[in-house]
Structure formats: C-alpha cells, structure tokens
Design a protein around this ligand. Sequence first.
Ligand SMILES: CC(=O)SCCNC(=O)CCNC(=O)[C@H](O)C(C)(C)COP(=O)(O)OP(=O)(O)OC[C@H]1O[C@@H](n2cnc3c(N)ncnc32)[C@H](O)[C@@H]1OP(=O)(O)O
Length: 193
Amino acid sequence: MLHVIIILIQVENNYLFDPNLLEEICMNETTTYLKGGVSLSNPGEGLKLRPLSADDFAKGCYLDLLKQPNLVGQIFTETILSRFNLMKSTPSTYFIFVIEDLEKQKIVASATVVVERKFIHECSSRGRIEDVVVDEGYRGLQLGKLLVVVGEFLSKKLGCYKTSLECSDGKVEFYEKVGFKIDGKHMVKRFSS
Ligand SMILES: CC(=O)SCCNC(=O)CCNC(=O)[C@H](O)C(C)(C)COP(=O)(O)OP(=O)(O)OC[C@H]1O[C@@H](n2cnc3c(N)ncnc32)[C@H](O)[C@@H]1OP(=O)(O)O
C-alpha cells in the first residue's frame, strides 16, 4: 500500500510549494555579490534551484544531504511523507528549496524559509531561514550564499518585515558575507539532544 502512495506522489511531481514563487523572485536589488555569475536561474552548470519534491525522498539523496550536519536521526518513509504532507497542507508557511545536480539526479544543497505569523507589527510576518546545507563535494561554489540570498528575497516576497536565522559562532562570518548582522542573544531550553 505504501509503495502505491509513493508512486502516486512521484507521478504528480509533488512540489512542496508552487515553483512559480521562485521564478517570480527578482534579486536585482541584492547587495550580495555572487561570484562567477551564480544566480537563482543559473546556480551553476547542470544545477537547478527548485522547491523540494516528494520524489527527492524516494531518491534518498535529500536525506543524505541533511545527514551532513548529522541532524536526521532515524526516520521511516511513512514519517517523512506524512511530515512532507503536513508541511504542504499548512498554507504559506514552509518553503524548502533545493539545488539539484540534474545529471547525477542528486540534491546537493537545501535551505528552508519558515514564515511565522504575528499579531505585533500590525499582524506582520517574520521569515526564518533554517537548515542551510551544501553537499561537501559542492562547497565553495557560492551555493550557500545563493541559498541565503534566495531565502532573504523569498521572505520579502512573502510579505515578511524581516528575516532571521540562528547559527553557531563558526558560521557568523559566512552569514555576515550575505548581509546578516548579530542582533541580540539567542536563548534555548532543549528537551532532547
Ligand atoms: C541557519 C542555518 O542553517 S545554520 C547551519 C549552516 N549549515 C551548516 O553548518 C551545514 C554544513 N556547512 C555547509 O553546508 C556549508 O559549509 C555552508 C552552507 C556553511 C557554506 O556553503 P558553501 O556553498 O560552501 O558557501 P559559499 O561557497 O557560498 O561561500 C560563500 C562565502 O562564505 C565563505 N565561507 C563559507 N563557509 C564559511 C564559514 N564556515 N566561515 C566563514 N566563511 C565561510 C566562503 O569562503 C565564501 O567567501 P567568498 O564569497 O568571499 O568567496
């Protein structure tokens, strides 16, 4: 039964969100310089930036990518697909986009924008950039920077008044290169490791 569900999802090319949203983003205003002409429409030779698709789990490579910061743990196909469908059915909230190496059919980079709805600031919304990761074999090609800039402009397009992210001290310099500034302190109480 599960196999039937997976096949149906593959046939529909089930994107998490409408790909037109990415195509409509205009990054002309960015102050971030992406070397080598890297852009949303041209992330590099043979690479394509697009929304996450349910197909990417069947290929396996998306989870392999997320394992590179070793954050996946043990999960089952049913759990993954039910989480994907939950995100997809929550309107205008979860935007996971990936970069695929088309020849290898491999997901080589990914980032998430989550839109948090608020009552403050006249019922505004805030974007959060999460889970930025580039495959070890594709680092240093400006893909990390591209993901963050796309996250920034996607947040803007979705009407957010600001976008923010949390990172370790070792990544501060990377995010500063894309125009982010330290603003206050981040505090946390963990319920599991
Ligand atoms: C909000 C969050 O998700 S925080 C979690 C961040 N993700 C991770 O830690 C996962 C593991 N790391 C990675 O996936 C990658 O190393 C990333 C995403 C941090 C960087 O991706 P890359 O594609 O290699 O970065 P990219 O090629 O775009 O580099 C951009 C610039 O930042 C610099 N840079 C890259 N990593 C770092 C770093 N850790 N510290 C300082 N500078 C860095 C590069 O030298 C480059 O400089 P340049 O533009 O002047 O040449």
